[in-house]
Write a protein that binds this ligand. Structure first.
Ligand code: BG6
Length: 508
């Protein structure tokens, strides 16, 4: 194992992310011996707390959220807990950062490193409004080393949301880049930490059979669905200022789209991969004014039921502004205007309070040039030429799988075809549970691999696309916010969006 592992400092350590995701992820990495036992974690937040209190809270968090399920007597658990520390401080107070710096130096010394000579990974799990301030305070307290230093390093992980439009994202980038080098900034999109999402690249570029078909000549259209069955619930306060396009499309969905649409990179090195993703994001067609009316459907859920429990309408949720027009569902017919994808619609959709939690990407191929065979429906009814097109579906979650759907002859005297799946299910093939996204991402940041993190130009290209749609909503003739019942698959207008192009959602 490498010997340059850092001390991790979590800003916003009192928040949910620390106890639900970060601490359990670190413990899992320790269990799997992917990080060294002596790793130390300092939680930093405004609330007064002792090390002991912080340790007790994290111990509880581990018993609730760790997938390693440690017993209270576990030696590894005891030793991990004993290396958690807490530093109370204010983000706008330089003294707090000087205290932090002293604390880190003394922890370095305990480990036998001359004071302040350790490596530091700072995790900004705070509102984005303080990202720039924290970075500057770190610099002023002497906690940021130069990127060209050879014997020690500083890296900063920033959580989403990275801005709420292009302008604020650029401002954030400028603030961070005035203190840090781009190579020191690790912008998280937890979807990139998911095994199935990384498998998009492995599947496309580690195999030779699909890539020759991966273009406008053979592909009719692509569907990306990220459906959630949870309603906004306790997050309504945040969500009402964000909506589905900022919360899910700008980051997770556009990342999925970029991985599906990108050219093969020359290597699997961070900048080579990210260069190719940026090219896709900058080739996304922008919608101006009323153009968006025919390409975008936004909607809000009304009361309904999911898995038999009653869901109040979005407008009834606590924290939602009266008469709010925030979309909890969005469907977009997007185009990547480049040679590979000219004319191929990418239908993307996401929403809260939908019928099921499922994320899938389907590549729908073109029909054969001539329909020679009949197709049998499941009810036995035989049709002429409406055989479903071949499709390849990557199921991101849950029950991760890859399935290829094609027509097979029904045994018997007639030439009748029936569409069938050839399916690979992760769980059945590999006997280990896939790692949690945060495990992979924290480890990669510690190892200095930023392939699965978002570069500044990617963020800005994604906002440029999203802003074009949000701006169109300000237009006097903007299409209305539709309604859909909680527990349904979304508004009918989204079905029409596909029907207009002769398509239909594969999950409905
Ligand atoms: C987050 C969004 O980034 O992703 C949430 O803010 C959403 O609104 C979540 O629920 C979905 O993540 P996952 O991993 O559960 O699909």
């Amino acid at each position: 194992m490498r010997n340059d592992f850092p001390t991790l400092v979590i800003f916003g350590a009192s928040g949910d992310l620390t106890k639900r995701k970060l601490i359990p992820a670190l413990f899992q990495l320790l269990t799997e011996k992917l990080i060294p036992e002596h790793i130390k974690v300092v939680g930093f937040a405004r609330r007064e707390k002792t090390d002991e209190q912080f340790r007790a809270e994290m111990r509880d968090a581990l018993s609730e959220f760790s997938r390693a399920n440690p017993t209270a007597e576990s030696e590894l658990l005891q030793s991990f807990i004993s290396r958690l520390y807490y530093q109370c401080g204010n983000y706008d107070d330089p003294q707090s950062f000087l205290k932090l710096s002293k604390r880190l130096s003394s922890l370095d010394e305990q480990q036998g490193l001359p004071g302040g000579s350790g490596n530091y990974l700072f995790y900004l799990s705070t509102p984005p409004s303080v990202f720039g301030l924290i970075a500057k305070q770190l610099k002023d307290a002497g906690l940021v080393c130069k990127p060209q230093d050879t014997d020690r390093w500083t890296r900063v992980i920033v959580e989403k949301p990275f801005g709420r439009d292009l302008q604020s994202a650029q401002r954030l980038n400028n603030e961070l880049l005035s203190v840090l080098d781009e190579s020191q900034i690790y912008r998280i999109d937890h979807y990139l930490g998911k095994e199935t999402v990384q498998n998009i690249m492995a599947f496309r570029f580690g195999n030779s059979i699909f890539e020759p078909l991966w273009n406008a000549k053979y592909i009719d259209h692509i569907q990306i669905t990220v459906a959630e069955s949870v309603a906004v619930g306790s997050r309504a306060g945040y969500y009402d200022h964000s909506g589905a396009i900022r919360d899910m499309v700008q980051n997770h969905i556009l990342q999925l789209l970029a991985l599906i649409a990108m050219e093969p990179p020359a290597s699997f090195e961070a900048n080579a991969v990210r260069d190719e993703k940026v090219k896709v994001l900058t080739a996304l067609r922008l919608y101006k004014g009323e153009e968006a009316n025919t390409a975008v459907v936004r909607a809000q859920y009304s009361a309904g039921a999911i898995h038999k429990s009653h869901i109040p309408s979005y407008l009834e949720e606590h924290g939602v502004a009266e008469g709010s027009k925030t979309e909890t569902y969005i469907a977009i017919k997007a185009f990547v205007d480049n040679w590979r994808w000219a004319g191929v619609p990418f239908y993307i959709r996401t929403g809260k309070a939908l019928k099921e939690r499922v994320s899938e990407i389907s590549i729908v191929f073109k029909q054969p040039p001539l329909a020679l065979f009949h197709h049998e429906h499941h009810d036995g009814h035989v049709e002429g030429d409406d055989m479903p097109a071949n499709s390849l579906t990557l199921r991101v979650q849950p029950n991760e799988s890859i399935r290829l759907n094609f027509g097979l002859k029904v045994p018997g005297p007639d030439m009748i075809l029936d569409p069938n799946d050839m399916e690979f299910v992760y769980d059945e093939v590999f006997d280990t549970a896939p790692p949690e996204a945060y495990e992979r991402l924290i480890l990669n940041a510690m190892l200095g691999d930023s392939t699965l993190f978002i570069r500044n130009d990617e963020v800005e290209a994604a906002w440029t696309f999203v802003d074009s749609i949000i701006e169109s909503w300000q237009h006097a003739n903007a299409a209305k916010v539709h309604e859909y019942e909680a527990g349904s698959w979304g508004p009918q207008a989204a079905d029409k969006l596909l029907a207009n192009g002769g398509h239909r959602w594969l999950i409905y």
